[in-house]
Write a protein that binds this ligand. Sequence first.
Ligand code: NIG
Ligand code: FE
Length: 401
Amino acid sequence: MKKLWKNCHIATMQNGQYSSIEHAAMVTSGQHIHWIGTFEDLPADAYSETIDLNGAWVTPGLIDCHTHSVFGGNRSVEFEKRLQGVSYAEIAASGGGIASTVRATREASEQELLASALKRVRCLLKDGVTTIEIKSGYGLDYVNERKMLRVIRQIAETLPMTVRSTCLAAHALPPEYKDQSDAYIEHICNEMLPKLHQEGLVDAVDAFCEYLAFSPAQVERLFKTAQSLNLPIKLHAEQLSSLGGSSLAARYQALSADHLEFMTEDDVKAMAAAGTVAVLLPGAFYFLRETKYPPLESLHQHGVRIALSSDLNPGTSPALSLRLMMNMGSTLFRLTPEQTLAGVTTHAAYALGLQETHGTLETGKVADFIAWDIEHPSEIVYWLGGDLPKRIIQHGNEISI
Ligand code: NIG
Ligand code: FE
């Protein structure tokens, strides 16, 4: 059953560029792209359906490769405190921050967590996101991490999206392990992660490498376990200080290191050599009123792939629009709209290890694409929020939003 999608222009995003095809057409067969090119070159064939895209610009479905979309409660009161001058680290040290979301998440039932997460993830889907990564990390014990990861799997069953789950049990120290962070890491490595993995709930492993979370030595211990379980690695690194987490991640061939405001030139070189993707999170940068910028010039110079993501979470980035993050990526980090779009398509696919199937529009890849009612692809980055008119096609089917 082949479908013909015609009367469009296509930004395929191959090689991290628009790589545009004007006056284009695409043929999908089931869930995949069967043919893509100019309408003029369209091979004669029989189609079960022909869809007129009315001159739209087609891009790959957007990929939000770093989110914490599942959580209980929210932290708007903490936001007010921060505006009065209390810092994120001070709030964390006084029992707020991640710990307060851990309390709310532990109290919530699986159904409650699913209902609240679906509201948020639907916003991203409506914004054009067809692939999303979601982390655990607000449970911090076996029962509650499992609860979060099960909710992530249920999101995948409920919404027409590709959903990857990441175990972030090493996000913060749970109260049960106060002053025993080594013991907590051992517990994750010996008990939690192997069990959760065995239950089929984990696609990747992440940790928060930071002075207020876990040290590089502790993260390395976790990486070794992840490697022994054949699980890909990601890392929150260099967000608030420079500990060399991103170099460590590169040494372990991590898919990505994320945040990176405080990374050094040596970290950049290590990531470039390993092909580890730099995931920048302009929402967290903005929301924490960070003043230290990730080393954009050096990342470009060394050819590190740069992905962008919402970091949707209750503490540092309550972001419900990836397009708004894209605008911030361009305005704050001076990425061109083309680089920004590459950051939420092809480079984001690499950050999830999905580059063979997702992230660009090419024959054989999954037919996830957005038909935007715009004059040029830069408009996707240009408009600030709102609901940009679009049609969303996931696995070859148009979905109603
Ligand atoms: O990506 N940096 C650590 N984790 C999240 C924030 C989590 C929270 O504050 O709830 C982040 O910024
Ligand atoms: Fe994060």
